[in-house]
Design a binder for this molecule. Structure first.
Ligand code: PBE
Length: 267
């Protein structure tokens, strides 16, 4: 396939990945095995570096293959498509769960209740992500969304006792989706009287921190597939509050001008 050899040469047989340890990196390694893509290298980096490479390639209409996920603002800023995944290496649509430390319910019941009642739609998360991608500070983007969605927020805080400055520490990885959700939930907790700290960490420590109680909670556990290993490692040591969002997607993503449609085309 002529297109494919041009694409392979132009991309240097590289798939632009994100943070080592991200579930998406593990899924991509599995896909490389399942589709026999021995010629291809998955490049480790960060979500921000991946987006920067995408931006650069896109501006020059050059081929690029990235590891991508939904919800993500990049789908509203660029014309992109997922490569078809006939073997299902990336799994299906998932949920994002809220997970808290054991004992939070007893220690800070109001904050626990808000975290337990937090739930929104992919389109909500995208609104916050787009605002941040357009240059708004995450704290301000969270405030904008909270102010514009009083009815939804009232459902989260319903019946939750107000705080008296109690400390709540949320941990998150600097994935655009989790920056959005964590700042929004942090804002709501803060407005309800809690003294909130948002702490950016690596993915392993995010799960470990909630499990060992050094953090109170997090809102970015992608299940059942993406974070399955972390989840299984720590599930007896934290409390899973269930899903806060339904309908995520993971996969290999290319700009629409790249003339391949399936992961099989990379073979
Ligand atoms: N993500 C976004 C994460 C979960 C949230 C898909 C980049 C991951 O791969 O672990």
């Amino acid at each position: 396939n002529e297109n494919m050899s041009e694409i392979a040469a132009a991309t240097n047989h590289r798939i632009i990945g994100i943070e080592p340890g991200a579930g998406l990196m593990e899924l991509t390694s599995t896909a490389i095995e399942e589709y026999d893509l021995d010629d291809w290298t998955l490049v480790e980096g960060s979500s921000a570096a991946m987006v920067a490479e995408l931006q650069k390639a896109y501006n020059n209409e050059e081929p690029i293959i990235i590891t991508g996920w939904t919800p993500h603002w990049m789908f509203s800023s660029f014309d992109l498509k997922y490569l078809e995944d006939p073997k299902g290496s990336f799994g299906g649509a998932e949920d994002i769960h809220t997970v808290v430390r054991k004992g939070l319910e007893k220690d800070v019941p109001g904050a626990y209740k808000i975290l337990d009642q937090f739930t929104w739609e992919p389109s909500d998360m995208e609104e916050v992500m787009v605002d941040i991608a357009n240059g708004t500070d995450p704290t301000d983007a969270a405030e904008n969304w909270v102010n514009a969605n009083e009815v939804k927020v009232a459902e989260w805080t319903k019946g939750a006792q107000s705080g008296n400055g109690e400390q709540i520490k949320l941990v998150f990885v600097a994935w655009d989706s989790e920056i959005a959700s964590t700042y929004v939930v942090g804002k709501v907790l803060q407005e309800h009287g809690y003294n909130v700290t948002l702490s950016q960490v690596e993915v392993g420590p995010m799960f470990a921190g909630v499990a060992n109680g050094s953090a109170d909670g997090m809102v970015g556990a992608w299940l059942p597939t993406t974070h399955q290993e972390y989840y299984n490692t720590y599930k007896n040591d934290f409390q899973d509050l269930g899903r806060n969002l339904h309908g995520t997607k993971n996969g290999l993503v290319v700009p629409k001008y790249v003339e391949i449609n399936s992961i099989e085309d990379l073979q």
